[in-house]
Design a protein around this ligand. Sequence first.
Ligand code: NAD
Ligand code: UD1
Length: 339
Amino acid sequence: MTQRILLTGGAGYIGSHTYAALVEAGYEVVILDNFSNSARDVPDRLELLLDRKIKVIEGDVLDRAMLDRVFAKHDFDAVVHFAASKAVGESVKEPLAYMQNNIGGLVTLMQAMQAAGVFRLVFSSSASVYGNNAQLPIAETAERSYGNPYGHTKLVCEQIIEQTLASDPRWAVGVLRYFNPVGAHPSGLIGEDPAGVPDNLMPYIAKVAGGELPCISIFGDDYPTPDGTGVRDYIHVCDLADGHVLSLRSLFHEGKGHVVNLGTGRGYSVLEVISAYAQASGRDIPYLVAPRRPGDAAATYANPALAKEMLGFSARFDLGDMCRSSWEWVSTQAQSADA
Ligand code: NAD
Ligand code: UD1
């Protein structure tokens, strides 16, 4: 029997890639999104990509009455919850809005799920719950902390999930701690499209390669890393999407949840990413060295062993694949804007 999945935030960057992976894996999926941070044409693009009609509900996860109607109408077997606000800088300026959307959204959703008798949930957590001082490679057992309001919301959400699990054994929750998702679907139809000047490294480099921005600032070259620049565990968004398929499968088959890292286990420095992107795009990526960004860790990368053991997950794509797919997406977007 086909299992039915509700995908909150399914029009967003990771959600849209996961939609494609879930449909390809045979699930019936409905997207719920308020389009606060996604383009209106994402469902059309998914239709083109998958050659099928997409079911999208425009709505807010804070709207309990709407959620009750949605659960009453569709007989969902599980929920994958991406809907949240994710910009670290914005969270520092507007902590209350982040608490409301990220924590309030999870609480409202879990209440509606409980009322509807749906107890399987996959939750988007983040490596930000490890703070900045975890021992490398970072294992799930590392102590949790946070360095900004966004990271705090993810930590509180994890605690809410733990306390709910302890209160009712019917829940089975997959908590997935993403490292640094980058890249795009190989079709060039969906990808990351941040509004304005990007905060994160790869979307910024992509705009420099495309000529929209003149040069990238490297935030510090005096870290205790091999070349002095920050090291991160970049993971291809299609690998990440596959991780959600495996997480759901495990919830259905094992009937119990898991808390796992989704990363490659390999760190790349800022200079390595710039060089790989230059090669993938065939463009020069001018850079200059700027002061460290406050709150940045020198290096973070996952211990990916538990995700392999519990879910059978391991990343397939390397940094070259991530850069090529990003460039393919960025250049396709630029061509359609010119047309
Ligand atoms: P995104 O902003 O592209 O996607 C989030 C989607 O949720 C958007 O389409 C937005 O319109 C929607 N949304 C936000 N608030 C909503 C609400 N109240 N009701 C309904 N829809 C709402 O972000 P993303 O990069 O795809 O991230 C997805 C999830 O993964 C988030 O929970 C984020 O915190 C988490 N995460 C992301 C990263 C990353 O680097 N991208 C890293 C770790 C964790
Ligand atoms: C940041 C967030 C993290 C969030 C993640 C989402 C902070 C402190 N952390 O992680 O909570 O989950 O985004 O993907 O904001 N860099 C430059 N120049 C730039 C941009 C970045 O040198 O213009 C460097 C950074 O110093 C870092 C690396 O590139 O060493 C990656 O940065 P970024 O893509 O912003 O990700 P994180 O800092 O890991």
